[in-house]
Design a protein around this ligand. Structure first.
Ligand SMILES: Nc1ncnc2c1ncn2[C@@H]1O[C@H](COP(=O)(O)OP(=O)(O)O)[C@@H](O)[C@H]1O
Ligand SMILES: [Mg+2]
Length: 245
């Protein structure tokens, strides 16, 4: 581990990440992907499907160490991850699922507050099989926050939800992130999600993925539906190829 400066949590340079498929075919997912994450920032990975966003997220999570390159942490990370599928244990209640990987300092009062914010209070004794996808995602997000991570990784957490549910959940994640100082990275291919939540948006090239540009999102970009849409259109006119999914 090397020192990476006071402000940075993480500095990454993945020179090469290649998958070897079962059929023997190699797929280079990442090539010279470089990024630095600032403490308590909210970064978005944006790019077309298959460009290596989830691959890079899994590397940051420590779930994949089969790559050429370097990942330098300023201090050991405590990672909370929300996958595209909620990955709840079906035989455990909502409460048990949330507490599964909870930090030892996570109190009963913290639990009550968290489920209140997430709108899950009525559901705590239910089982995952009784929940809609939107509610299951809320439980998965609550579980990640209960573990009190210093790095929260979200892989397309709002995909396949109906528009009002996705909007409500984005708002909840935004509230949780504002209330809890935490470094967050979210993968999305939806620019309006990126504008609503991100402070910095990293634009990926097509596969093999690397980061070819970064956008700064200002608070004024998300003051209203109109400003969000204006920012989305602006990015789309600058980078039309990133919007072909
Ligand atoms: N386990 C794997 N084995 C072989 N190829 C994979 C594997 N996981 C991902 N890939 C390939 O690597 C590329 C990047 O995948 P991924 O990181 O999931 O992209 P994204 O999240 O941007 O859609 C894709 O071409 C995908 O098919
Ligand atoms: Mg993905």
């Amino acid at each position: 581990m090397q020192h990476v400066g006071v402000q940075s949590l993480l500095k990454v340079h993945i020179k090469n990440k290649t998958y070897l498929g079962a059929n023997g075919v190699e797929t280079q997912a990442l090539k010279d992907a470089e990024l630095t994450l600032t403490e308590n920032s909210f970064t978005v990975f944006f790019g077309p499907s298959g460009c290596g966003k989830s691959t890079l997220l899994r590397i940051l999570a420590g779930l994949d160490s089969d790559y050429e390159g370097e990942v330098h942490w300023a201090h050991p990370p405590k990672v909370g991850m929300v996958f595209q599928e909620p990955r709840l244990l079906p035989w455990r209640t909502v409460k048990e699922n949330i507490l599964l990987s909870a930090d030892p300092t996570f109190s009963e009062q913290d639990f009550s507050q968290l489920v209140e914010v997430m709108g899950l209070t009525e559901m705590v004794s239910h089982f995952p099989g009784e929940l809609s996808l939107g509610l299951s995602r809320r439980v998965a997000i609550a579980r990640a926050f209960a573990s009190k991570p210093n790095l929260l990784l979200l892989d397309e957490p709002f995909v396949s939800l109906d528009a009002p549910t996705a909007a409500r959940l984005r708002q909840l994640v935004r509230t949780l992130w504002v209330d809890n100082p935490i470094t967050a990275v979210m993968v999305t291919h939806d620019m309006r999600e990126a504008v609503e939540l991100g402070e910095e948006v990293l634009l990926f090239t097509a596969r093999p993925g690397s980061i070819h540009d970064r956008l700064t999102i200002l608070p004024t970009d998300r003051t209203s539906e109109a400003t969000i849409e204006a920012k989305r259109s602006e990015v789309k006119s600058l980078y039309p190829h990133l919007f072909e999914t």
